[in-house]
Design a binder for this molecule. Structure first.
Ligand code: C5P
Length: 411
């Protein structure tokens, strides 16, 4: 399975002959859907050029401190990455990381990051077998660094033994697998995403600015957590994440019907869609002609999908969203009670946050608790949200629980 879509991979390249494979690795990572930024050590440039890696990654390439234009690039890159992979990782690079050195940009980033770090060692077999290298590798492993490889075989120096860098395909697979976790294994999750379109006449509709990015990111995160995911989406310009079943709809009533069909055996319902609150009372069968006189459009409430699911006798745990411009915490609490749901995820909209943006910040409220998720890419927030939901859902007896009887677990 491929969990690499939109993942931010910082690829460190250090100076060994296997660096020529880094170019292919960048290409494969991008094909798998990742965003790749490369940081090279100075000696890596002897083996592969920054221009090659820049062209293949489509992103700037960093190497010396002089590339750290803002003086803070190393911190920003450390925060930016979802994963850091150093491939190839030379004996010297492993030693410097094991000793906590920060004498170049790459090692400084490794020291500053909270992202999981993986290394793909590549060196002569005697250098690999040397006790100093083995001690450094043991230190790194103890600190949670993943050591992928080396493979055993023929080496560029003519010797045979352990020290070959794993092939790019194998490294991409390991990175992808590193995003998988089984927190929601065996559970079915239904998610709504995107806006709805409420027809005015055959060519016009009422809608909103929702891009669907948050809901799609949640669907991907739930899939990575091992859940069976059904995504019901209004019209957006996004592709369904791999492994997620997608039903496309237009209006709030379409979405309502599609959700009700998906609910059988559903454990968690997450309403991330920006469903219309109102819709035209009488959509016209023919295009409304322009006229000089004022035109009045009568609106009626659209079906409230979240409230309807929450009101079902036998229902999944329900999680709703609240887009607010102010008083986030107060409104979130109120909305949780009003909708009768187990959790509300409130997000601020406006001023570079919320709709149509890649970043967001979230306030999660549930019975007896709350949590602030500071500004971050929606893909990362989605993973944190799913982790929090899994923590609460799996925590019994005081975790997230739908009122009995629950469709699947009441027996
Ligand atoms: O009522 P309000 O629109 O503020 O509530 C937002 C939450 O309710 C979101 O989770 C949204 O998906 C859901 N909702 C719904 N159907 C509506 C309106 C909102 O499911 N008609």
């Amino acid at each position: 399975m491929n969990f690499m879509a939109k993942k931010r991979i910082l690829l460190g390249v250090s100076g060994g002959i296997a660096a020529y494979k880094s170019a292919e690795l960048v290409r494969r990572l991008r094909t798998a859907g990742a965003v790749v930024r490369v940081v090279m050590t100075r000696s890596a440039k002897e083996f592969v050029t920054a221009t090659t890696l820049h062209t293949l990654s489509g992103e700037p390439v960093w190497s010396d401190w002089s590339d750290d234009k803002s003086g803070m690039d190393h911190i920003e890159l450390a925060r930016w990455a979802d994963r850091i992979l150093i491939a190839p990782a030379t004996a010297d690079t492993l030693a410097r990381i094991a000793h906590g050195r920060a004498d170049d940009l790459l090692t400084a980033i490794c020291l500053a990051t909270e992202a999981p770090l993986a290394v793909a060692p590549a060196m002569n077999q005697a250098m690999w077998n040397n006790k100093a290298t083995q001690a450094n590798v043991d230190t790194l492993r103890e600190r949670g660094v993943r050591v992928w490889g080396p493979a055993t075989g023929e080496q560029a120096c003519g010797e045979t033994g352990p020290g070959r860098m794993l092939e790019p395909d194998a490294l991409v697979q390991r990175l992808s697998d590193s995003f998988a976790n089984g927190r929601l294994a065996g559970l079915k999750v239904v998610i709504t995403a995107g806006p709805t379109r409420e027809p005015v006449d055959p060519v016009r509709y009422l809608s909103n600015r929702s891009s669907g990015k948050m809901g799609y990111a949640i669907a991907q995160a739930a899939h990575e957590a091992g859940a069976q995911v059904e995504l019901v989406s209004g019209p957006v310009a996004l592709q369904a994440p791999d492994g997620v079943t997608l039903t496309r709809v237009e209006s709030a009533s379409d979405m309502f019907r599609a959700v009700m069909v998906c609910l059988e055996d559903c454990d968690l319902f997450i309403g991330a869609a920006a469903v219309a609150d109102y819709r035209p009372v009488e959509p016209q069968a023919r295009k409304i002609k322009k006229q000089a006189a004022e035109l009045l459009l009568r609106l009626e409430p659209a079906p409230d999908i979240l409230a309807a699911v929450a009101a079902l006798k036998s229902r999944p745990v329900c999680i709703g969203f609240a887009a607010e411009t102010e008083n986030l915490q107060e409104y979130a609490q109120k909305k949780r009670m009003q909708k009768g749901v187990e959790m509300i995820v409130a997000n601020r909209v406006g001023a570079g946050l919320g709709f149509e943006t890649d970043d967001n910040e979230l306030w999660l409220v549930w019975e007896g608790g709350s949590r602030w998720l500071p500004k971050a890419p929606k893909t990362r927030l989605a993973c944190q949200l799913i982790e929090q939901i899994a923590d609460l859902y799996l925590k019994q007896p005081s975790g997230l629980k739908a009122p009995e009887p629950h469709a699947k677990h009441s027996a």
